[in-house]
Design a protein around this ligand. Sequence first.
Ligand code: ZN
Length: 475
Amino acid sequence: MSVTPGPAGTGTEPAARAANVEVAARPDNGPDPPAPHLALCGGTVVTSLDPVRLITADVVIAGDRIASVGTAPAGVARRDCSGTLVMPGNVCAHHHLYSALSRGMPYRLEAPRNFLQILQRIWWRLDRALDEPAVRLSALIGGLDALHAGTTTVIDHHASPNFIDGSLDVIADALAGLGLRSVLCYEVTDRDGMARAAAGVAENRRFLARPQRLARGMMGAHASFTLCDDTLEACAEAALAAGVGVHIHVAEDGADQQDAEAAYGMRVVERLGRAGLLGPDALLAHCVCVCGREIAEITSSGAAVAHNARSNMNNRVGYSPLAHDGARVALGTDGIGGDMITESQVAFFRAAEAGAATDPGWPLRRLAEGARIAGRSFGEPLHGMIAPGAPADLTVLSYLPPAPLTGENLPGHWVFGLSSRQVRDVIVAGELVIAGRHSARVDEAEIAQQAAGEARRLWARLDEIPPHPFTPKGG
Ligand SMILES: [Zn+2]
């Protein structure tokens, strides 16, 4: 596992190797490309998840992207990857890093009986208890959790109503410190008053104006049932001005539809469409309670959907009719950690239980869609591919296949045999950020200790916060 400089052809050489070395083309009149600095040698390389393609090759990295897939040139630092799968890094298409310190959180109120009460009594209390240190530690803990699972990009949806201004910078800085790529937004909502709704819009605008090396933004909005027409309009204006899409919860539960029909006389998706929030850059989380007309409108708009199987099961809100059949469906955790291997496996089993005609390749195609969504934000059409010129976001899993492994049957190995426990190395933007199952950037024990102290303080504040009084119409 050590990185050692050496000539090409040393180390463990598999019998069959990719024949061609492809080198990223130098743009006309562009600056000299950086010299290769790392070669992942001798692994079984999954160059694409949709369709699945697999070769034995060295992956050569130069700067922040892949230079070639074939045979490593002499003089480049080599990392032995024999006995591994080298795969595109996973993307979590819908996360709430702010919930990372809620693991094991005590709960002393009456048990929630429906989705709205889960929000009123748990998450809308937790978000009001967050301050700057809690937001930072949540991002660090959630970010490390994601990286260790081979997740290289997190598309996050953040809420901290008592620490709005600058909150996205705190998260972006924490994640950049870990070496994790992110697409961030602040969750605009009216539920904590119109001043905070305006502050949420302003925080998105501010963050969107300054793209960072490893962080981009979307326009964040909570859900139709906590947004009046004026706030929706402000979100649409900000998204248009920044040239980004909106990241919003859509019909996660029937309460969203009941509110839209009672207050506005229309379904949620129609309301979002009229507000100008649908389109190819939009990311719609959940879409559980949508009718056929809404499915058609989502599909024709080109919007992407983030399906969150474990969260939907946990909240007992039902199964999205789009999950299996939608045109552009990616997978998210909705805050239940950052492990997309587990999430994709559960999504597969949940689809099977729902009677969808699943094949094990389905979750891999959904992960590929997540990478395409992240690629749109970063202007990287090759994001999620292991190909010359693609961003070097990679995961190396220790895996000695106990049965023949081919491109055709890789999905079966993925669903029934792989686990985030096998994630050995993670590379983001060309840099080895998890090396041999340890962060190459931070002291993880120290962060865990800080987080435990921060969680204690967060939980103590939470104890003083009553259930949220916000109630949608039509319930
Ligand atoms: Zn969510």
